[in-house]
Design a protein around this ligand. Structure first.
Ligand SMILES: Nc1ncnc2c1ncn2[C@@H]1O[C@H](COP(=O)(O)OP(=O)(O)OP(=O)(O)O)[C@@H](O)[C@H]1O
Length: 571
């Protein structure tokens, strides 16, 4: 809200002025009613009444516009900070949250907050000001009648207050259900081929449908409570009018007050109707908004990556490209890495091999500083994590993992993702290095062809090579490369080996290797088992000394299973 003080001050002044102009009207009407019929004075008073009426409309419109604009701007700020935050959360946080639900907090929850700001707050403010003014003047005109009106309004307020709690809870449920709906739909659409291939459309539709039902049930509950609220307010209003007519009429007949007084009082009472009912509605909306605000607050409470800008450090040449020193790490209580140590020398290629679940991808995640080790240290260019900002750290590494990420957009956009200002000649160079030249020439618009949603317009092998080209364009000092386990025919495998050799000439490479052809070219092979480095060396040496490596390199030797594809490292 800070930064909006001036707007609020102007808008409140305008609203006050509008309320004043409105409240003056019954007083003028009272004088016109009590004045001599047909006299010039009465015509003058009627003219003033019209002017007051017009001025009130203009001033109120301006005040409302200012407040609604402010509401939009508050939500704009909220959305911006939320998006910024969602993109900077600690990587571990994404493991515990569903993307669709996080998205719905930025979209639907903020929309509700906008409604609260632009309608609720405006109605509450204008309503309260008008109601207080009208009540004060009614009190001045006839305190006895006000007491009667106040009594009926108090009964209505008590009913409304009890309903509001229920409305808030129901609205919170509705928003959570919408969040879960978005998450489930995202899950199904994100894996639509899996859904189709397994004929799971019906099951997924049912799953999403459960959330749709929950949202509907919560909405109906809100409607039920809100619908009781409206008649309660109406009853109070009609009751007040009835009382004012009957008692006020009797008092005029008994000459306790003038007909003009009764007209003015009735006008004020009618002025009370709209603000009071809109105030009750606004409080209901506010309660709904509270549920959404809470969901928004939850995002603001999630931990983000803290990046501390640090002074430039001395160049990479000084130390190893990457070093793991006795690193311990676990995602939860269970340890995944247990004292891992190894070094990747500058411009060397180190292959990481091990059984599935040994912790290879976890080594990558720690090297990219997605997680921090529980014990031990990871050094980049001889510098520990504490000495480099995250930004600096990640600018020196590139990651190509199994879930090759190609985003919706053109090939060019995908390639230059890490280096948006890359020189076209440089892009051409990495395209050739990654053996993508043929692919680009085949596409209708070359580099400016669309890669499709999640890169669907490219083959898996092509996506992998796009990722490698992108990594090279960023000119990292270390490339973390998770070699594809499948989708390579012998010809492509040779291409892949050539690409890796090309990459190795440019920077240090730590690769999760699955093929004999690639490990043979590595300067060093590190064998990981159950979160520990069990051996390190070259291929021939490890075949001699490390039984696990032998089993990995020559499938079937110790498992009694028939050998798989020759040279396939995976068990
Ligand atoms: N985000 C996560 N949250 C919790 N546990 C995880 C997470 N990621 C991995 N693990 C667990 O950590 C262990 C090591 O996983 P990791 O992915 O590092 O193995 P890997 O050697 O790369 O396996 P693969 O070759 O099959 O990819 C596994 O037991 C896995 O279940």
């Amino acid at each position: 809200m800070s930064g909006h003080h001036r707007t609020i001050a102007v808008a409140v002044s305008l609203t006050l002025a509008g309320a004043g102009l409105g409240l003056a009207q019954p007083l003028v009407a009272k004088r016109a009613v009590d004045g001599a019929p047909g006299s010039t004075g009465v015509w003058l008073l009627l003219g003033v009444l019209v002017l007051l009426f017009l001025a009130e409309a203009v001033v109120n419109a301006c005040g409302r516009y200012l407040l609604e604009r402010m509401g939009e701007r508050v939500v704009l700020g909220l959305r911006r900070t939320m998006v910024d935050r969602l993109l900077r959360l600690r990587v571990g946080v994404y493991d515990d949250h569903r993307v669709g639900d996080l998205v719905s907090r930025v979209t639907t929850d903020t929309t509700l907050v906008r409604d609260v700001m632009s309608q609720g707050v405006v109605d509450l403010l204008t309503g309260a000001l008008t109601a207080v003014g009208a009540l004060a003047l009614m009190l001045w005109l006839d305190p006895v009648l006000v007491l009667l009106v106040a009594l009926t309004v108090a009964v209505a307020a008590a009913v409304v207050a009890t309903l509001l709690r229920g409305i808030r809870a129901a609205s919170e449920n509705a928003q959570s259900a919408v969040g879960a709906l978005a998450a489930d739909l995202e899950r199904a659409l994100g894996a639509i081929r899996l859904v189709r291939a397994n004929r799971a459309e019906q099951r997924e539709a049912q799953r999403v449908g459960t959330q749709v039902d929950a949202a509907c049930a919560a909405g109906v509950r809100t409607a039920k409570l809100a619908s009781v609220m409206a008649p309660a307010v109406e009853l109070a209003v009609q009751g007040s009018f009835l009382l004012v007519f009957v008692i006020g009429g009797m008092r005029v007949a008994g000459h306790a007050s003038s007909p003009g007084d009764l007209v003015a009082f009735l006008l004020y009472a009618s002025y009370l109707v709209v603000p009071l009912s809109s105030m009750f509605q606004a409080v209901g909306l506010l309660q709904k908004g509270m549920g959404s605000l809470q969901r928004i607050e939850e995002i603001r409470a999630l931990p983000v990556e803290q990046d501390v800008p640090r002074a430039a450090v001395h160049p990479v040449a000084a130390g190893s490209a990457l070093e793991f020193c006795d690193v311990h790490f676990g995602y939860s209580e269970r340890p995944v890495l247990r004292g891992v140590s190894f070094t990747v020398a500058p411009r060397s290629t180190v292959a990481l091999v091990g059984r599935s679940g040994a912790g290879k991808s976890t080594v990558f995640a720690l090297a990219a500083r997605f997680y921090e080790p529980a014990r031990g240290a990871v050094l980049l260019g001889g510098q520990p994590a504490g000495a480099r900002s995250l930004d600096d750290w990640r600018s020196r590494i590139a990651l190509v993992d199994q879930n090759v990420h190609v985003m919706h957009g053109t090939l060019w956009e995908n390639l230059t993702y890490a280096a948006p200002d890359a020189d076209p000649a440089e892009v051409e160079r990495v395209v050739e290095l990654a053996n993508l030249g043929e692919v680009v020439r085949r596409l209708p618009d070359g580099l400016h062809s669309c890669a499709g949603e999640r890169g669907g317009a490219l083959s898996a092998g092509e996506r992998q090579r796009v990722a490698i080209a992108r990594a090279l364009l960023a000119r990292p000092s270390l490339l973390l490369l998770d070699e594809p386990t499948s989708h390579l025919d012998p010809l492509n495998e040779a291409l892949q080996a050539e690409v890796v050799a090309n990459v190795a000439a440019e920077c240090a490479v730590l690769m999760i290797a699955h093929r004999l052809s690639t490990v043979r070219h590595a300067d060093e092979i590190v064998v990981l088992d159950d979160g520990q480095v069990v051996a390190a060396g070259d291929h021939d040496g490890l075949l001699e000394t490390c039984p696990l490596y032998r089993r990995l390199a020559v499938p079937g030797t110790a498992t009694g299973r028939p050998p798989g594809k020759l040279g396939e490292l995976r068990l």
